[in-house]
Design a protein. Structure first.
Ligand SMILES: [Zn+2]
Length: 258
């Protein structure tokens, strides 16, 4: 009788010890997990976008990004295609084959707030047809000059899955993206320096989010206010900081609430 009581008490004690070890183990495990989460850097991603697009996007940007394993989204005005000084359909084919996203930017680079609804429809229909004839179906759009009013927005929503603005919040977007028809971007001008770019990249790394860079003419020589000679330095800096680069539609696929 007495030995049974001792055995019972011993068993109780063993269970208590095992339970304590298990609980302590769980707490330790939990602590490790919390530590890992808190130490994880804030999520940051960059998109390179090229508007219009000047020939330098094909002759300069394309090989530069390809050699650094980076993709881009190019917003094309179909009327400019094959015009002197702009990329050709053959260039677009090379972009597409490489994995670049082909985006739309109207047919004539029209200010969508300065033309009637029927004009907006014509712009988008002509662009869509010219792309379709060559096997492209853009889902990303950027309003020329960043000009978009509620009527224009309503119409482009019928044609495209996203719209990129030409400015706003230094090009920074919170993730997940709340309004895919107002993606903010940072236009690169000939006045910007690498100090400006580094300040922007510092902010991106500190705050997390999505930085959308907006380029026009790029290359070793400045061609005007909307050009930059800094692309190769920017690419090198983004690579050095190991910040992921993705196209507009790729980012939205993973970070959109809509
Ligand atoms: Zn443009």
């Amino acid at each position: 009788m007495r030995s049974t009581v001792i055995m019972k008490n011993l068993l109780k004690l063993m269970f208590a010890v095992i339970a304590t070890i298990a609980v302590t183990g769980c707490i330790e495990k939990q602590k490790v997990t919390e530590k890992a989460v808190s130490q994880e850097p804030r999520q940051a991603v960059i998109t390179f976008t090229f508007d219009d697009a000047p020939k330098s996007v094909a002759t300069h940007a394309f090989s530069l990004l390809r050699d650094n394993d980076m993709l881009a989204t190019v917003y094309l005005s179909t009327k400019f295609m094959d015009e002197s000084g702009y990329v050709s359909w053959a260039d677009v084919k090379a972009f597409d084959s490489r994995g670049w996203e082909i985006g739309a930017h109207t047919h004539t680079h029209a200010n969508l707030t300065a033309i009637p609804e029927v004009g907006i429809m014509q712009e988008l229909e002509t662009s869509t047809k010219m792309f379709k004839d060559r096997g492209y179906a853009p889902t990303s759009f950027a309003a020329p000059l960043g000009e978009l009013n509620p009527i224009g927005k309503k119409i482009i929503q019928q044609f495209y899955a996203s719209q990129r603005d030409a400015w706003g919040n230094g090009g920074m977007n919170a993730l997940p993206v709340q309004d895919v028809y107002h993606i903010k971007s940072l236009p690169l001008t000939d006045k910007m320096t690498m100090a400006d770019i580094n300040a922007t990249l510092d902010r991106l790394e500190q705050e997390g989010g999505w930085l959308v860079l907006q380029f026009h003419d790029v290359g070793p020589v400045s061609t005007g206010p909307w050009s930059t000679t800094l692309l190769s330095e920017i690419v090198a800096e983004v690579k050095r900081r190991n910040i992921p680069v993705a196209t507009i539609s790729e980012v939205l696929k993973h970070h959109s609430v809509q």
